[in-house]
Write a new protein. Structure first.
Length: 516
């Protein structure tokens, strides 16, 4: 057996065995739309959905009956949903039901405005998903390293120039402006990579499609040759409902697949339109392979097309199969389109591939539409930096971060103490005879992490205000920290304005707006 096939088979067997040990799959309902949007409920055994305090899943929608509907699993392992005589009915994929089977990706509408996504989450699939992400990141690494090197040249070049040459105010401003621009571009690139590579909880939210496509194109341009043209046509009025990290991966998979079909150059086109389910289906050629979730209503159809060699019918029939690839050994795992299939299916959408030899291929992704205005962020006005008074404790194991943060805080008017890790922070805090106004704490540190350090400091001073400064606080950890009270989250990297805003709010005991 070839080395690549052996590796893939071993990985699949190992992950499958791990999934079996861990219980394999979990079934859940995710609230897509409604008063409880974003909540996830495990489906374990027979459950009843309604507003009654006695039911297993309580939905706070006034249109939901006290005992609205029930889900059970029959002897054959199939999930069945039953309406319990509710006043507004139970709908599965837009069809009112009495009793009906449920499949992963089905949408259940109850009450006056609640939509639930039924999904079977397979841990094996989640681990395969991560393996595919890492493979895709490997393909992007060369172009990304090139970009980072350019940004570092900008920073180091300007810094050494300023150090070695006397400059006037205009030249100084130009050099500092270039340094700031390079740093912000590096921060944006890091943010994109982390959101793509890290395992994400399956949260559902409104995602502005044009912003998602812009992220994909920004990542993709670093790896495509000049002979390949990227064209986009995505109106900024389109939005979809889903997990932004997973949808980013779906689009990346489709685009990388299209790029690899054009080694000699060509045109990669990304287009999107809003359509009804019937319109999306009618637009697909007859020679297609489709995954159908059976949902109804308004959808957004995203088309990724290429001008490559295309595929024959035999190849097209296998494109969504895991580990199927037409690429030479060592250049592909065959997980890209299979991963996209699973993600889109779980989002209640469709995936269609059409291809013609000598003409090219077209991947059509259909996802539930949403209103982009539902989550349009308010742009805060820049803070007016007034002088602050108080004492701050900076806790970070990176000397450069400690020094830079201390310098900014002292310029704000604060007295600043520093600690090199969590244990040092607890000791420094305990040695103070006067209270500390705010602690700025990193999370991942040796000896004692930031979360445990905060808990120990809070045991001594329950009113201590804390700013958690971290580059990768996951949702579960963030929720735990916020649950402690008087805690705000400051994503790294941050600038002086953002730091001042968080510190001023903490000292004034005012809420800090959620970061985008």
């Amino acid at each position: 057996m070839a080395r690549e096939n052996l590796l893939e088979s071993t990985m699949a067997m190992g992950v499958a065995e791990a999934a079996a040990r861990d219980g394999g799959e979990t079934t859940q309902l995710v609230v897509l739309v409604g008063p409880d949007a974003g909540r996830r409920y495990p489906v374990e055994g027979d459950i009843v959905i309604g507003r009654d305090s006695e039911v297993e899943i309580i939905v706070t929608d006034d249109g939901v009956s006290r005992r609205h509907s029930a889900i059970r699993r029959n002897a054959g392992g199939e999930y069945i949903i039953e309406d319990l005589g509710s006043r507004n009915g139970t709908f599965v994929n837009g069809i009112r039901i009495g009793t009906a089977p449920l499949h992963s990706g089905d949408k259940v509408a109850i009450g006056t405005g609640t939509i639930l996504l039924f999904t079977v989450h397979d841990r094996y699939e989640e681990q395969v998903l991560q393996a595919q992400k890492l493979h895709l990141l490997g393909q992007l690494a060369g172009g990304i390293a090139h970009d980072f090197n350019n940004l570092i040249v900008t920073v180091l070049g300007n810094v050494t120039y300023l150090r070695d040459n006397p400059v006037g105010p205009t030249e100084l401003a130009d050099c500092l402006g270039e340094i700031e621009s390079a740093a912000r571009r590096a921060a944006d690139l890091t943010s994109q990579l982390m959101s793509f590579a890290r395992p994400q909880r399956r949260a559902r939210e409104v995602v502005a499609l044009h912003k998602l496509v812009a992220e994909v194109v920004a990542l993709l341009r670093r790896t495509v040759p000049r002979s390949l043209e990227i064209v986009t046509d995505v109106p900024d009025t389109l939005a979809v409902m889903g997990d932004p990290g997973q949808l980013l991966q779906v689009l990346m998979n489709g685009c990388v697949n299209a790029k690899q079909a054009m080694p000699g150059g060509g045109t990669l086109r990304i287009e999107a339109v809003r359509s009804a389910r019937e319109g999306a289906a009618a637009a697909v050629r007859s020679a297609t392979i489709t995954s159908t979730a059976g949902a109804s209503g308004d959808f957004v159809r995203v088309t990724i097309s290429d001008t490559g060699a295309g595929m024959d019918a035999a190849t097209l029939a296998k494109v969504f199969q895991p580990f199927f690839t037409t690429k030479p050994k060592g250049e592909g795992t065959g997980l890209g389109l299979a991963t996209a299939y699973r993600i889109v299916r779980a989002h209640g959408g469709d995936v269609t591939m059409a291809s013609e030899v000598g003409v090219g291929s077209r991947l059509v992704i259909t996802l539930p539409a949403a209103n982009p205005d539902d989550t349009a962020p308010m742009t805060p006005e820049p803070p007016r930096r007034t002088k602050l008074r108080g004492r701050a404790l900076v806790v970070d194991d990176e000397p450069l971060v400690r020094s830079t943060t201390r310098r900014m805080l002292e310029r704000f008017g604060l007295e600043v103490l520093v600690a090199v890790d969590g244990l040092d922070a607890v000791a420094v805090h305990a040695a103070q005879s006067e209270p500390i106004s705010v602690a700025i704490v990193d999370l991942d540190m040796p000896n004692l992490d930031g979360e445990q350090a905060i808990i120990r400091m809070r045991a001594r001073d329950p009113l201590l205000r804390v700013i958690v400064a971290s580059g990768h606080a996951d949702a579960e950890r963030t929720a735990r920290l916020r649950g402690l009270g008087r805690v705000s989250i400051l994503p790294k990297p941050f600038d002086a304005d953002t730091l001042w805003h968080h510190v001023a709010a903490a000292i004034g005991d005012e809420p800090v707006p959620e970061e985008p």
